[in-house]
Design a protein around this ligand. Sequence first.
Ligand SMILES: Nc1nc2c(ncn2[C@@H]2O[C@H](COP(=O)(O)OP(=O)(O)OP(=O)(O)O)[C@@H](O)[C@H]2O)c(=O)[nH]1
Ligand SMILES: [Mg+2]
Ligand SMILES: [Zn+2]
Length: 335
Amino acid sequence: MVITPLSIRRGVGGEAFFSLFMRGLVIKNTGSWYTVKAENGKNIDCKIKGNFRLKGIRSTNPVAVGDHVVITPNKEGTAFITEIEDRRNYIIRKSPNLSKQSHIIAANIDQAFLVVTINYPETSTTFIDRFLAGAEAYRVPVTLVFNKHDLLSEEELRYQHAVMKLYETIGYECIEVQATNDTSNEFSVEKLNPLLANKITLLSGNSGVGKSTIINALLPHVNLRTADISDAHNTGMHTTTFSEMLELPVGGYLIDTPGIKGFGTFDIEREELTSYFREIFKFSEHCKFSNCTHTHEPGCAVRKAVEDHYISESRYNSYLSMLEDKEENKYREAF
Ligand SMILES: Nc1nc2c(ncn2[C@@H]2O[C@H](COP(=O)(O)OP(=O)(O)OP(=O)(O)O)[C@@H](O)[C@H]2O)c(=O)[nH]1
Ligand SMILES: [Mg+2]
Ligand SMILES: [Zn+2]
């Protein structure tokens, strides 16, 4: 991704030319202002100087948290962002009202924690699988964090353990926590600290699963707004409205995303979709046809593996539903 500043205007007398340039990391985005942690360790409020144009995507915010930028401090103690370095990756969300516009949620992330709840609200396996497939496409490692352990009945816990087993077998790390209770029990969110240390981690998951609550438990001084479940249908409401990276005591940053549904927009070929489902990919090597879609073809090793219970039906159904979206060209709207 290349971002080119169209114009770096200079003040009368050309101050920009003489001012100091510093590198920094964007840690907060409130819409019009950005907070940049400069290389001198100070947090500086910044605005964008000139117009930034992004190749390929039209975005409501050209700069996002996680961006490495060059800033030019001015007399007032604030600064202008004059350059953005190339991104390793970024996550965007389509604006619901402005067509073709998207919002960059975060850039340069090292890993994602997908917070899921078996109940209150229920996270579907389809949602988990779509998120995991997107993360595979972006090569972002994912840990599944099963929250609200304290609320689950024995039966729900048994189901949770079966779901964990499924994803662990595929190769995803799973952790059970409860964010609201005290830190002294075995499900304390402090278990997450060793995995978070010195990394930029995106915290994702449906609204109401407890992302902000987890952050508050890890960073008591932050005190993000959390919401009570908004109605009887166990659906939460979006209470987080801007992006921020929160510095962790163990080093690294956490990004609380405002109701982000997944990674995108990504255009993938049918053959590629297979490779974003790790276990399906493994079996697909034995399919008779190399371009097998695992739907109707003879000699399909994937469908055989589903029949023999080596591949779970829920995963296979998620694969099929993504394939269907692809065929109906729904992909771009899906995120
Ligand atoms: N019992 C219980 N309640 C929890 C737990 N974690 C979060 N909650 C509650 O669940 C509700 C939603 O939590 P939030 O942290 O606001 O959820 P969120 O994921 O940040 O939601 P959005 O910001 O809307 O995306 C709040 O009322 C929390 O107190 C938990 O482990 N156990
Ligand atoms: Mg929140
Ligand atoms: Zn096949």
